[in-house]
Design a protein around this ligand. Structure first.
Ligand code: ZN
Length: 431
């Protein structure tokens, strides 16, 4: 379907391609066979609508997750040439992860491109022929400093080893992997136990009809959704992560900006995150491997606006643990949208085949990982002394709903007694 375009958008052809159909002569996708035996047979993920690439796309959506919109703004405002191509010189990974069987298995990895970090190596001739292929995974090194880790060094819980923990300031060496979502739609549908067509229709409808090709191009099986990705933080030598003979400590963390960064005390997110980092560093110092994976799923993937509405309804409604989930459900219609079903993909990608210490109490994360055939040998709850006072409401409600604990089980009656801080004397804050 085409329509006449606005004359000022001179960068583009004068016919807007609103959608395409498999039978069109311009729809000539580069073959993409998810789960094929080699990256060459698999083929590159091509999603760009730039001039030379438009007809060759084999994926729907755009690179960069939600940041695709900023790319559009940069082009609209004239800051970025629409046909700009990145110069990938020296951008290659700082560590070469060994290809894992899961990279070639269309059921094990369905939400990221297992070759997304190495497109320059695998798909050089496509790049050289002018095809706009982009990496969806990047691997780098960093030194990080977290105040709780510095505190752990000061109090002697973590030694300075000069290799991972560098100095008394708390500088820690880390390998980082950033991954953007790349969904193989049949695989994603199967994880959720729905028909691919049902998933496509829901994605189309609830993204404001933004991706009509979800409906018109059933031959295109890959979708780059406009959502956040993940970051893997690896402590110790990265080659240890996939070694089944080496111990692994793992924290899988879902973003909570208010706590993670700004240390608001209504939840246990930052304390559990820093505990996870400390335990991961400790495991690496002891000859094992420590991994923290940070998912951009703010506020149980409900977002901060919904989260703050829930906070208000909790604080105004008498903030007790027995009503905790109900407050969220009243506003969001569900208590959680994080859907851990896709989360284990990154574990498969890293070659993790077992977890010795899982630094999480979440039954949803636990079940998703175990269902993917990765056993968890020990589950480690957040230590009681790290739980902020005002976050008891949340953690006790979660324990009652099935979160793992080594402490006492919590009854319905107990929950009624667990009360959060109110807003008393807030109005006294005048300067
Ligand atoms: Zn939180």
């Amino acid at each position: 379907m085409t329509t006449t375009q606005h004359p000022s958008t001179e960068h583009y052809s004068n016919r807007i391609v609103l959608t395409t159909y498999p039978c069109q002569s311009v729809a000539n996708p580069i073959p993409l066979t998810w789960g094929a035996a080699s990256p060459t047979e698999r083929g590159p993920v091509i999603v760009s609508r730039s001039k030379n690439t438009l007809s060759k796309r084999n994926a729907i959506g755009a690179h960069g997750g939600s940041y695709a919109i900023y790319t559009a703004l940069a082009i609209a405002s004239g800051d970025l040439e629409p046909d700009f191509r990145p110069n990938f010189l020296n951008t290659q990974p700082t560590f070469n992860f060994t290809p894992q069987p899961a990279w070639f298995d269309k059921t094990k990895i369905v939400s990221l491109d297992p070759f997304g970090h190495d497109i320059v190596k695998h798909y050089k001739h496509y790049l050289e022929s002018g095809i706009d292929a982009r990496p969806t995974i990047a691997i780098t090194r960093a030194t990080m400093r977290v105040s709780e880790v510095t505190e752990a060094i000061k109090t002697g819980r973590l030694p300075i080893d000069g290799s991972i923990v560098l100095n008394p300031h708390g500088d820690v060496r880390v390998t980082k992997v950033a991954a953007e979502p790349v969904w193989y739609l049949p695989g994603v549908a199967s994880r959720f136990g729905v028909e691919e067509g049902v998933l496509r229709r829901a994605l189309f409808e609830h993204s404001g009809g933004s991706y009509p090709e979800l409906i018109t191009r059933p031959d295109i099986k890959v979708f780059l959704p406009p959502i956040g990705g993940l970051t893997v933080y690896i402590f110790g030598p990265p080659e240890r992560v996939s070694d089944p003979n080496i111990r692994l400590a793992l924290r899988v963390h879902d973003e909570c900006n208010g706590s993670d960064v700004f240390q608001s005390d209504i939840c246990t997110c930052r304390p559990y995150l820093t505990f996870g980092i400390e335990e991961a560093v400790k495991e690496a110092q002891n000859g094992g491997s420590g991994v923290v994976i940070y998912f951009r799923k703010e506020g149980r993937a409900l977002g901060e606006v919904v989260k703050y509405l829930v906070y208000n309804s909790r604080k105004r409604g008498g903030d007790t643990a027995d009503k905790y989930f109900q407050r969220t459900e009243n506003i969001a219609g569900t208590k959680d949208m994080r859907f851990q079903a896709l989360m284990p993909d990154i574990l498969h990608w890293l070659g993790i085949t077992k977890i010795d210490r899982m630094l999480s109490m979440s039954n949803m994360k636990h079940d998703a990982i175990v269902e993917q055939g990765i056993p968890i040998y020990e589950r480690v709850p957040i230590p009681d002394e790290m739980i902020p006072e005002d976050s008891r409401v949340e953690i006790d409600a979660k324990i009652h709903s099935g979160y793992f604990t080594t402490g006492k089980q919590i009854t319905e009656d107990d929950l009624k007694q667990v009360k959060g801080r109110g807003w008393e004397s807030w109005e006294d804050v005048t300067h």
